[in-house]
Design a binder for this molecule. Structure first.
Ligand SMILES: Nc1ccn([C@@H]2O[C@H](COP(=O)(O)OP(=O)(O)OP(=O)(O)O)[C@@H](O)[C@H]2O)c(=O)n1
Length: 405
């Protein structure tokens, strides 16, 4: 296969590949970018692989940065762009977050490609657009299937995360997982327990955002992988996963906050247990806060009132997206949307009188009582019981103070 038109990210890198060729070495575009170009999808990053060793790359180009030289990667700076060139290397084992532990540099392209995870990730693309496909990746693309390069058990033993990657790619591309690859995944599933949580989290999140997240979750159930994922055993069950799979079949979450709110927020866990589950997945503080805040609302969307909407105003989009994916009725969503649009204020800052104003007007004195007054006022304004005007607020606070005296 020869690609006539390369996207601009690749065309701009062509002089770099040509320069490496002129110095007597090979250089190709490799990895996910080639797969995505063939599939006519947007590309994320451009990976270049070469038969030149890092020191040789540094001799060819004037400006380079050692971005990952021990793994064979050097960044070449050319016309204001940085291009990462990685020397062809053979098999490696991964135990840390992203980088393989040991690499051996080689001069042969096929050696480099055969250590890659899936046939659709093992293409090489020449600067002239010629696709090199040693492992029938093009056939697998047309069959819409994920198939390991060579022996699936070997590829998954080298890096167990590849099992999650298989599910992730199947979800993103809406591809099946070829039988032998799936059997290896079932057999080696327990190895997932040894993988760093952060790496699993990234793949799992991408998987749940994929167009075929539902079928991918079902592969996960069928492959009996749940016990090896982060989280306490028993909180998420296969039945729960099946419910989420059905929900994801209708709509995909757009943000990471929605992914996790949907996945963990519906468990109806007590706050401490939910915190524990979120911590086990090593989620960011922001995501943890959002899931914790929204989780109690998901159990009964009909009961969501102005105050809840006001309190969770920052997470409103996540709330609406999650409720929609959960299949909440259109009427209920409309009602919540309307209440949100009609909120008299969206933060305490918008109240017509501030705490300072109340003190100045002699309506309150600094101290704990002021905090209580302000909270009561905020709630009364949000619920529409008191108009957000200086006059109405003055009356309300006077009444409160009288009641307390
Ligand atoms: N565990 C891994 C990770 C990566 N790779 C190889 O390294 C390439 C680049 O990896 P990465 O950037 O993680 O993924 P992409 O395939 O590029 O996919 P995406 O950019 O969508 O994450 C992959 O295509 C694959 O050839 C691999 O064989 N095994």
């Amino acid at each position: 296969m020869k690609l006539e038109l390369l996207p601009s990210e690749l065309t701009s890198a062509k002089p770099v590949l040509n320069q490496i060729n002129q110095a007597g070495f090979q250089a190709y575009f490799v990895g996910g970018c080639v797969r995505d170009i063939i599939l006519e999808k947007p590309i994320h990053d451009v990976d270049i692989a070469s038969s030149a060793y890092p020191e040789e790359i540094k001799q060819i180009f004037k400006k380079t940065v050692d971005t990952g030289i021990q793994h064979g990667t050097v960044m070449v700076l050319d016309h204001g762009h940085g291009y990462e060139i990685t020397t062809f290397r053979t098999e490696s084992t991964y135990t840390d977050f992203r980088r393989p532990d040991q690499v051996t540099f080689v001069r042969s392209l096929s050696e480099d490609l055969k250590r890659r995870d899936f046939t659709i990730n093992a293409f090489a693309l020449q600067a002239d657009g010629q696709v090199i496909d040693y492992f029938d990746g093009l056939t697998d693309l047309s069959k819409r299937q994920i198939r390991a390069v060579g022996q699936a058990t070997e590829r998954f033993t080298e890096d167990a995360l590849r099992m999650m990657r298989a599910l992730r790619f199947s979800a993103q591309l809406d591809f099946a997982i070829e039988d032998e690859t799936f059997q290896a995944l079932v057999a080696l599933g327990p190895n997932l327990a040894k993988i760093a949580v952060e790496r699993i989290q990234v793949e799992f999140e991408k998987m749940l955002q994929g167009i075929a997240a539902g079928p991918a979750l079902r592969h996960l159930i069928r492959g009996q992988l749940l016990p090896y994922l982060p989280g306490k055993t028993g909180r998420v069950t296969d039945d729960y996963l099946a419910k989420v799979a059905l929900q994801l079949e209708k709509q995909q979450p757009q943000t990471e906050a929605t992914v996790w709110t949907l996945y963990l927020g519906q468990l109806a866990l007590a706050k401490d247990d939910l915190q524990d589950e979120l911590r086990q997945w090593k989620l960011s503080r922001n995501v943890m806060q959002t899931v914790t805040a929204l989780s109690p609302l998901l159990a009964n969307p009909e009961a969501i009132d102005q105050w809840a909407i006001y309190e969770h105003h920052q997470d409103f989009e996540t709330l609406m997206e999650t409720l929609a994916i959960m299949g909440t009725s259109a009427e209920c969503l409309e009602r919540i949307n309307r209440l949100h649009a009609e909120l008299p204020v969206y933060s305490a800052k918008e109240l017509a009188l501030s705490g300072g104003d109340l003190i100045q007007a002699g309506l309150a004195t600094p101290g704990p009582a002021l905090g209580q007054y302000l909270h009561a006022l905020e709630r009364a304004v949000v619920l529409g019981e008191v108009a957000n005007t200086k006059e109405a607020i003055t009356v309300f606070i006077k009444e409160l103070a009288d009641g307390h005296s």
